[in-house]
Design a binder for this molecule. Structure first.
Ligand code: CA
Length: 293
């Protein structure tokens, strides 16, 4: 079965801006690919206007039947809801929400035997108006940073193949075609305890963050991802192009991309403007009030 329709299964329609200035431009899309009959990926954007925070989530469900679908949807919904409800510092709220989602998915799979063995990866990016940024992840869905023409993978895959590459047992160029590439070492909803990688991310104006499932990074390489994102102006177009590229490369898996473009720096102030501004501010200090003379 092929996907003749070029547009993804599901495209984001995100709510209007919550930030007073410099709102990042965010777009996401998911597609079942050209081989799979169902889409077990899920993604979401959760806005917290009170705290001026935006949480982005991509989850890739594992497990037969409808299990994977249920697990990834539950992860996005539960993490989003619990993150909004939790108190404390950002990383505390983030890890609490992920732990709660782990418990909820595990409880659901124990309750309903048709969901037995379901689980999901998750990658979360938290953006704040003050510029504080956090990443949290479990599994092999990734966060990339695209900056100044380059691309950096900010998350380490919790997979067997990635571990073998890190240990020097497997060559990086052989990883993509390794038959064990689907073996995940960590996932949500499979054990009572879950180990989460969570870290702050240094963020600069103009940075672009890409969250994606392995349906993208397993099909096209990092340089191709960077070139595609660079070639278009709008994140909406970028996510569509990425999905198209993954499908053209075989599309053997569901593919999900969520891209956040941080605002560019304001145009540099010219010397003349700077001099005028300083002059104006000095004058306002030294101009005597009318009743002083
Ligand atoms: Ca996948």
């Amino acid at each position: 079965m092929t996907n003749d329709d070029a547009s993804p299964d599901e495209q984001s329609e995100f709510p209007p801006p919550v930030w007073s200035r410099g709102e990042p431009n965010i777009a996401g899309a998911t597609d079942r690919g050209v081989v799979r009959k169902i889409n077990q990926d899920a993604f979401g954007r959760i806005d917290d206007p009170e705290r001026s925070e935006i949480l982005l989530i991509v989850a890739d469900g594992l497990g037969g039947h409808r299990g994977g679908e249920v697990a990834s949807r539950m992860a996005v919904d539960r993490i989003g809801a619990d993150f909004l409800a939790a108190a404390g510092e950002a990383p505390t709220r983030l890890s609490l929400a992920i732990r709660h989602a782990n418990d909820a998915i595990l409880a659901e799979s124990r309750k309903d035997h048709t969901l037995d063995g379901m689980g999901t990866t998750v990658v979360c990016l938290l953006l704040t108006e003050e510029g504080e940024t956090w990443v949290a992840h479990v599994g092999d869905s990734r966060l990339y940073l695209l900056r100044g023409g380059g691309i950096d993978q900010l998350t380490e895959d919790h997979s067997l193949v990635a571990t073998l590459v890190r240990e020097g047992v497997l060559a990086p160029e052989d990883a993509r075609d390794d038959p064990r590439k689907n073996q995940i070492l960590r996932a949500l909803g499979v054990r009572e305890d879950v180990e989460i990688d969570i870290a702050p991310v240094e963020t600069r104006p103009g940075d672009q963050f890409l969250l994606c499932s392995d349906g993208l990074h397993g099909m096209i390489d990092d340089d191709a991802i960077a070139a595609l994102v660079r070639s278009v102006a709008r994140p909406e177009t970028a996510v569509e192009k990425l999905i198209e590229a993954a499908n053209e490369a075989g599309g053997t898996d569901n593919v999900t991309c969520l891209l956040a473009a941080m605002p560019e720096p304001p145009p540099a102030e010219g010397l003349r403007e700077k001099a005028m501004r300083l002059f104006e501010s000095t004058r306002s200090v030294f101009t005597p009030r009318a009743d002083d003379d």
